[in-house]
Design a protein around this ligand. Structure first.
Ligand code: CP
Length: 317
């Protein structure tokens, strides 16, 4: 058993914007160890014995919720799960009251998904527990960006100088913003591609290229990260129809065949098959979509381990 000597610069993971490059590299390097752990016959280590973690989900989730719970259990943490539906939130209890009541039961860390951008920053000013942002509205999804970067590194090696295009509904995507910050900190070149109505006008100010040409963007990149059209966040119509979107902006096999180049295909999920990505691309050998999900457990183990280490001194790997 060894202990880690390096520490994160922060006690929370609120967004990639607030992480240093060295934090990101420490998380990715530590994830390599935990990926080896989750592929052992016995996938559990005692690192977070005596640490209690609450998973608070005020918005729907499949991958992130299950992935955090598995990560916590494989680190031997005690876990409590909370969903807003069926809770006293429905009786009018505030976010701070809900969290303070849960923390009074001696909880050390909070993993939270919330529809309000900035909800995690608000909590961080009022509670002592470490907070991990599992998605805040259309703002950031830092652990997704970290698992995406880890998966990209596995697929193509160092990201310095690599070209990544984020395709689709950039406007409503927290994955897009976290990926942009993370990839830029790791030295990648980032472009976004989609219909003009789904690309915020301020994006070039972040140092990101903007394109409306799918074929040109596929030919330019090493990695295509395809995002879901988030109809549930669209209060007005940003595209004429899903059929038209799929025809002009969906990533399909004929687009890929026409560029004659072996690029890596990613998607954070959930997928709208036949809309932003066709099934033959999502399920192809170029796709690493399920590897992203597998890596999510290892990366979240690394994040929780490093946060616990920051809080409580040296913990054994
Ligand atoms: N990628 C992602 O956040 O998926 P879920 O919404 O299912 O957690």
């Amino acid at each position: 058993m060894t202990t880690t000597t390096q520490e994160l610069s922060t006690k929370h993971i609120l967004g990639i914007k607030y992480l240093q490059k060295s934090d990101i590299e420490l998380i990715l390097d530590t994830s390599v160890h935990f990926k080896e752990v989750i592929n052992r016959p016995i996938k559990k280590v005692p690192s977070l014995r005596d640490v209690t973690i609450a998973n608070l989900f005020f918005e729907n989730s499949t991958r992130t919720k299950i992935s955090f719970e598995l990560a916590e259990k494989r680190l031997s943490a005690d876990v409590v799960n909370f969903s807003a539906s069926g809770s006293s939130v429905k009786k009018g209890e505030t976010l701070l009251d809900t969290v303070n009541n849960i923390l009074s039961m001696k909880v050390d860390m909070v993993v939270m998904r919330h529809p309000a951008p900035g909800a995690h920053h608000f909590l961080a000013q009022h509670i002592d527990a470490s907070i991990v942002n599992a998605g805040d509205g259309t703002h950031e999804h830092p652990t997704q960006a970290l698992l995406d970067a880890f998966s990209m590194r596995e697929a193509v090696g160092s990201l310095k100088g690599k070209k990544v295009v984020i395709f689709g509904d950039i406007k409503h995507s927290r994955v897009a913003l976290s990926n942009i910050f993370c990839l830029q900190k790791l030295g990648a070149k980032v472009r976004v591609c989609g219909p003009p109505t789904l690309i915020p006008k301020h994006l070039p100010k972040l140092g990101v290229e903007v394109s409306y040409d799918v074929k040109n963007s596929l030919a330019w990149c090493d990695i295509a990260n395809v995002l879901r059209i988030q109809l549930e966040r669209q209060d007005i119509k940003y595209i004429p129809s899903l059929r038209e979107y799929s025809q002009y902006f969906g990533i399909n096999k004929s687009f890929l065949d026409s560029i004659n180049k072996d690029i890596v295909i990613m998607h954070p999920g959930p997928i709208n098959r036949g809309v932003e990505i066709s099934s033959d691309v999502a399920d192809s050998d170029q796709s690493i979509i399920l590897q992203q999900v597998e890596n999510g457990v290892a990366v979240r183990m690394a994040i929780l381990f490093l946060l616990a280490n920051k809080r409580g001194g040296k913990i054994s790997l």
